[in-house]
Write a protein that binds this ligand. Structure first.
Ligand code: COI
Length: 366
């Protein structure tokens, strides 16, 4: 049997008027719902004290291992409000499985899939009012952030014997602002790699995101929105953007994404797009992609589209690619991101229940 959750509803919830103001223009990651989930683990009792209570700060010992050795993992998911008011999430079993793989890589305990999914249901049951309508931009949702960290106060380097799991929820619009379909420009990070062979790149842990920030800053200084990271051994092959996977679309119908080498995160949106591409009559490929191939195909005109994808980013078209001393742009006069647009709308239609979920990807939360 799974964990039993104790639910302590707060009596001082955010007022309906203030919540409505937030939901009208949530942005990304700025606002949080009234409650959070928390489950404790220790090496003797295992998982225990599962509960939902008021959202609020943790009391953390300054020696908590996560603050020193970054023993931490997380997930990113969304709760979608359907037209009939019901609330659903997308492929939670895939996130639960990845969370378990990340836990194993970071020497953290595995939370069973059943408890992971139940923790989402428990939170959304009390905070259902925080799930926005899809809205004008068409992608408003309640972003769910499950995470786990080493809470034991101990400075020796070994896996923590006390760990905390939590879920917080944040109403979210488009990750890049606007209506989510404006193209972003990318910077090729050559000085910094995000992850290396044998490292933690395939796990969803905070350290990977911390290591992407210097490259991202370099990109922003060069007028770009994000950085694209290359493999750390040869600086030749495209990996990912740090918080998103990448697809190249060719005029002949091939849609190509970097293969999973262990240093790339296996995105749930990425693997869903590989499935949807077949439904749309495209030819998906997972293989190593030299960055030079992008430059050459943009120059020759063979490259039709590039897009980034992820739970937060959904499907976001990419425009210019810049690097130290050069740039290229596959877009020509009259360019339309047709494939990205089709994949984006197909995915959103499934997530918001506007078309039949033929893949069985949705799970009802509330
Ligand atoms: C997501 O897409 O959910 C991510 O985790 C990317 C980023 C917001 C960290």
């Amino acid at each position: 049997m799974g964990l039993q959750f104790t639910v302590t509803e707060r009596t001082d919830r955010v007022s309906e008027a203030d919540r409505a103001k937030v939901l009208a223009d949530p942005g990304f990651g700025n606002h949080f719902s009234d409650h959070m989930v928390r489950i404790e683990w220790d090496s003797e009792a295992g998982w225990h004290d599962a509960g939902v209570a008021a959202y609020g700060p943790f009391q953390l010992d300054p020696a908590a291992a996560v603050l020193h050795y970054a023993q931490e993992i997380f997930e990113g998911m969304k709760a979608y409000r359907h037209a009939d008011g019901s609330v659903w999430t997308f492929r939670p079993e895939a996130n639960a499985a990845r969370f378990a793989r990340s836990a194993t890589r970071l020497a953290l305990p595995v939370l069973p899939e059943e408890d992971f999914v139940q923790s989402l249901k428990e939170l959304v049951a009390v905070d259902k009012a925080w799930v926005p309508e899809a809205g004008d931009g068409g992608e408003a949702s309640l972003y769910l952030r499950p995470f786990m960290f080493a809470s034991e106060a101990f400075l020796g380097v070994r896996p923590a014997r006390k760990v905390t799991y939590a879920v917080i929820a944040s109403p979210a619009g488009a990750y890049f602002g606007g209506d989510g379909v404006k193209a972003i420009n990318l910077w090729i990070s050559t000085d910094y790699a995000r992850a290396g062979e044998g490292g933690t790149g395939g796990a969803k842990c905070g350290g990977n995101y911390a290591s992407s920030l210097a490259g991202q800053l370099e990109g922003i200084a060069a007028g770009c929105d994000q950085a694209v990271f290359l493999d750390s051994s040869t600086h030749t092959y495209i990996e990912e953007l740090g918080g998103m996977n990448l697809f190249l679309v060719y005029k002949d119908g091939r849609i190509v994404t970097p293969e999973l080498t262990g240093s790339i995160l296996e995105g749930v949106t990425r693997s869903s797009i590989l499935e949807l591409a077949k439904d749309l009559g495209l030819s998906p490929e997972e293989r190593r992609i030299p960055i030079q191939e992008w430059k050459d195909a943009a120059e020759s005109g063979e490259l039709a589209e590039v897009f980034a994808c992820g739970t937060a980013a959904v499907v976001t078209p990419v425009g210019e690619l810049r690097w130290d001393g050069g740039s290229c742009d596959h877009r020509r006069d009259g360019h339309v991101d047709e494939v990205a647009g089709k994949i984006r709308s197909t995915l959103l239609d499934i997530q918001y229940g506007r078309v039949e979920d033929t893949h069985g990807w949705l799970t009802r939360l509330a």
